[in-house]
Design a protein around this ligand. Sequence first.
Ligand code: SF4
Length: 167
Amino acid sequence: MAMNEIAANMRLQKRLCHNAPFYVLGPIVTDIAPGYDHITSAIGGAIAAANGANFLCYVTPAEHLRLPDTDDVKEGIIAAKIAAHAADISRGIPGARDADNEMSLARHNLDWGKMFELAIDPDKAKRYYDSTPPSERHTCSMCGKMCAVRTTNMILEGKKVTFCSEK
Ligand code: SF4
């Protein structure tokens, strides 16, 4: 189902069913991504949930290809959780944004332990971080000493911004 058709369908379904709780599988928003249908369905699921769907059924990367294995199930569930969480935020569900606000603070503080703790998949987040350690303390290896967060913090603290190693 095209992304621009999901909201109208959800509203129609809710109206016809007298606002009964509604669950959706996907919908996948494009059909050319076998191996990635946890993503195509999460996009559709997020839009559906933002427009009234009450329950998302997860789709795994193995959809249309094979019986999913344990890793496929994990990826599918996480993708669906992300979609549901994003929709909760957009619907203004009380408390839905709390973890995101905490994550923003942890990012500002470059507090990696807290970021991993708050991550929806802490093991993957930590594994990625540890797999390519940063050369610059407190940053990550994406930008290293050019870290925008580090630079902003130094400016806010009135420090001179340098791109030399911080001791
Ligand atoms: S190094 Fe770049 S990607 Fe990593 S935390 Fe800093 S700004 Fe973000």
